[in-house]
Ligand binder design. Structure first.
Ligand SMILES: Nc1ncnc2c1ncn2[C@@H]1O[C@H](COP(=O)(O)OP(=O)(O)OP(=O)(O)O)[C@@H](O)[C@H]1O
Ligand SMILES: O=C(O)c1ccc[n+]([C@@H]2O[C@H](COP(=O)([O-])O)[C@@H](O)[C@H]2O)c1
Length: 209
């Protein structure tokens, strides 16, 4: 699972998903837009539109799936609920992984039922350029004893471990920067897939603050 606000999806998300698929030899990556992301302001664009952009961004890429399941729930989109639904679908023995960038990871101890996340899945933390910081104490306690140093160690159990990965194609791209550029009529070409750029421009998304 790679969850996100995807407001909008960009090449940092898509390239990371593809790298995870290959490096961890996953069957698939569910990219799951949050209907209502718990720890941030309301996204600029409606969930259905963010899902449409994600679908365009993924295109026919094998192994990447635009998964609408969080749009079907009301209330905050807690990842613990999403992982529980994936666990129910894949069964007790499947190795489930929740991937997230280092910036999101730094706030993990503030999430809903953070310990439950480790009961349901392994966590893989993706290094992001521009986001390096010391771990808050509550986070250090949450992950104590869970860290492993190779993808192989994740495959031995269905859940419970933490792996940090520096992906070879680290990209300093953020949705914040993309929204900022669009709001001031600057180009986002080569930051998002062409089909995503085309839909954003055709529908005048993110143009006004
Ligand atoms: N360039 C990137 N490289 C690696 N991971 C990323 C990158 N951009 C986002 N992520 C991760 O993908 C997940 C979804 O990110 P999100 O949709 O919030 O995008 P964002 O670019 O961080 O957005 P914003 O700038 O609006 O906060 C998060 O776990 C985030 O850390
Ligand atoms: O479950 C939670 O409490 C929780 C709190 C903050 C973020 N998340 C999830 O983390 C993912 C990345 O969030 P964001 O805000 O960085 O886009 C996205 O799938 C969110 O739904 C989940």
């Amino acid at each position: 699972m790679l969850g996100g606000t995807f407001d909008p999806v960009h090449l940092g998300h898509l390239r990371s998903a593809l790298e995870l698929l290959e490096i961890l030899a996953l069957d698939r990556v569910h990219m799951i837009p949050a209907k209502m992301p718990p720890l941030r302001d309301t996204p600029r664009v409606a969930p259905e539109e963010r899902l449409a952009l994600l679908r365009l961004g993924i295109g026919d890429t094998p192994g990447l799936v635009a998964d609408p399941r969080e749009l079907e729930r009301d209330g905050p989109s807690y990842s613990a609920d999403t992982l529980a639904s994936l666990r129910a679908e894949y069964g007790d023995q499947a190795r489930l992984i929740m991937a997230l960038g280092h910036d999101a990871f730094l706030r993990l101890a503030e999430w809903h039922a953070p310990w439950r996340l480790f009961e349901l899945a392994h966590l893989v933390v993706i290094d992001r350029p521009d986001f390096e910081a010391a771990l808050p104490r509550a986070l250090a306690e949450l992950i104590e004893g869970r860290e492993v140093d190779s993808p192989g160690a994740l495959m031995q159990r269905p859940a419970g471990r933490l792996l940090r990965l520096a992906l070879p194609t680290r990209m300093a791209i953020s949705a914040t920067e993309i929204r900022r550029r669009l709001a001031s009529d600057r180009s986002v070409r080569f930051l998002v897939p062409e089909a995503v750029e085309a839909r954003i421009l055709a529908n005048s998304l993110y143009r006004h603050r």
